[in-house]
Design a protein around this ligand. Structure first.
Ligand SMILES: NC(=O)c1ccc[n+]([C@@H]2O[C@H](COP(=O)([O-])OP(=O)(O)OC[C@H]3O[C@@H](n4cnc5c(N)ncnc54)[C@H](O)[C@@H]3O)[C@@H](O)[C@H]2O)c1
Length: 383
């Protein structure tokens, strides 16, 4: 193989951007589990002041701040009982929205309408209609909204895109993606429709869609045949009885999705099942295929080397792409930093809604198709 071909797969470590010389006033909406990664990241940055926090649960934001206020950096934080009071009373450069899925849209729209830039946790929201409403507010505000898919900063995920975009696999025509856990049902707010809206798809499925859709440039989904089930989450034999009684989202989903450009996407995601895996992620191209090994915790991370299957000099060979070690700061830091750098530079959102809209539309149409028991056309209202 020529050097030019080999060199396109050698590791490149992207330097993190330097801090910008301005100060950012940041608010945190929702002070649960994922908010920790946002606050820990901002606290490492000299140009950020976390000035406000909100949570619906009385006293939760105060306790949360006390836990992270090791060197007095959070002494002056103001606390609010919901996103509305926070956004009505603060002048902010940006907010991290770390609430459960069901309040993503209302918080993001309220913030954008107040002229505040938004870093919104994944999944973008629950329905296609909510995603469209968020994008309308984004358009009207002229502000940045970036969706919190931190695996985009992983050098291995960048390599997937680089391989596909290099043309090494030829034209892509079929993709199987997904993965998940043999047993790994979360508890907390993740398992009820009233807070999460969706189950395994919103927790981990959105990542496996993002890995492959990002690599192929996020073509529009056209039709979806979806299936969802909840045989494990609702069963006290496999879930603790209290959680089984309130469990009402999917613990497994599968779909056959037609994308613009003639590409077919075959998707499976699981929080619980009997087999060890629903399969690796494989991108099929006319000149080669890329296999990405499944992990037992499909959160966008990669557990082992990828393999390219192709013909070289008329022989069928496999080229192993070693796992790349991520250097420097962690992925959560990079996610928050990229958001701030985009604000400072007046640039485009690092992970734009125009892409994640299609991720959300696939998930939402899987739900719709599963309810109807047939294929559905993907309908996305005008933005
Ligand atoms: N990027 C990641 O790796 C990652 C990991 C875990 C969770 N998440 C995402 O983060 C989100 C939150 O997950 P979590 O585990 O932290 O949930 P959580 O239930 O622990 O925390 C959410 C908090 O938001 C608060 N809240 C809800 N609506 C609010 C509102 N309108 N105003 C103020 N506070 C509000 C709730 O009271 C709760 O304390 C989910 O969307 C999840 O998908 C992302």
């Amino acid at each position: 193989m020529s050097d030019a071909v080999l060199n396109q797969f050698t590791q490149t470590v992207t330097e993190e951007k330097k801090e910008t010389g301005r100060r950012f006033k940041i608010g945190i909406i929702g002070t649960g589990w994922i908010a920790e990664s946002h606050v820990e990241s901002y606290l490492q940055m000299d140009d950020v002041d976390i000035v406000a926090m909100a949570d619906l649960i009385p006293g939760k934001a105060e306790k949360f701040a006390a836990r992270y206020n090791k060197d007095g950096k959070l002494d002056n934080v103001r606390f609010y009982p919901s996103h509305k009071e926070l956004l009505d009373n603060e002048e902010l450069d940006g907010v991290s929205i770390c609430t459960y899925n069901m309040t993503h849209a209302e918080c993001a729209i309220y913030a954008l309408n107040k002229g505040v830039n938004v870093l919104l946790e994944k999944p973008m929201c629950v329905t296609t209609e909510e995603a469209v409403e968020i994008m309308r507010a984004e358009k009207a505000s002229g502000k940045i909204i970036s969706i919190g898919f931190q695996p985009r900063g992983d050098e291995n995920m960048k390599m997937v895109k680089k391989i596909v975009q290099s043309g090494e696999l030829g034209e892509i025509y079929y993709i199987q993606t997904g993965g998940g856990r043999r047993r790994g049902i979360p508890n907390s707010t993740f398992i009820e429709k009233k807070t999460a809206g969706i189950g395994a798809m919103g927790d981990i499925g959105c990542y496996s869609l993002d890995v492959v859709l990002n690599a192929i440039g996020y073509p529009k989904p056209l039709t979806v045949t979806g299936y969802t089930s909840a045989f494990f989450g609702t069963n006290p034999k496999y879930n603790n009885p209290a959680d089984a009684a309130r469990f009402n989202v999917e613990d497994f989903a599968a779909a056959f999705v037609r994308l613009e450009g003639g590409i077919v996407l075959d998707f499976r995601i699981s929080w619980a099942m009997h087999p060890d895996t629903p399969g690796d992620t494989i991108i099929f191209g006319k000149e080669g295929a890329l296999r990405i090994p499944s992990t037992d915790c499909w959160n966008g991370s990669m557990s082992g080397p990828m393999t390219i299957y192709h013909d070289v000099a008329g022989e069928q060979v496999a080229t192993v792409i070693p796992l790349i070690e991520n250097k420097g700061k962690g992925l959560f830091y990079k996610k928050c930093r990229a958001f701030l750098d985009a604000i400072a530079e007046g640039g485009k959102a690092p992970i734009p809604t125009s892409e994640i809209l299609y991720n959300q539309a696939i998930i939402d149409h899987i739900v719709k198709s599963a309810e109807l028991g047939r294929e559905v056309e993907v309908v996305i209202p005008e933005i």
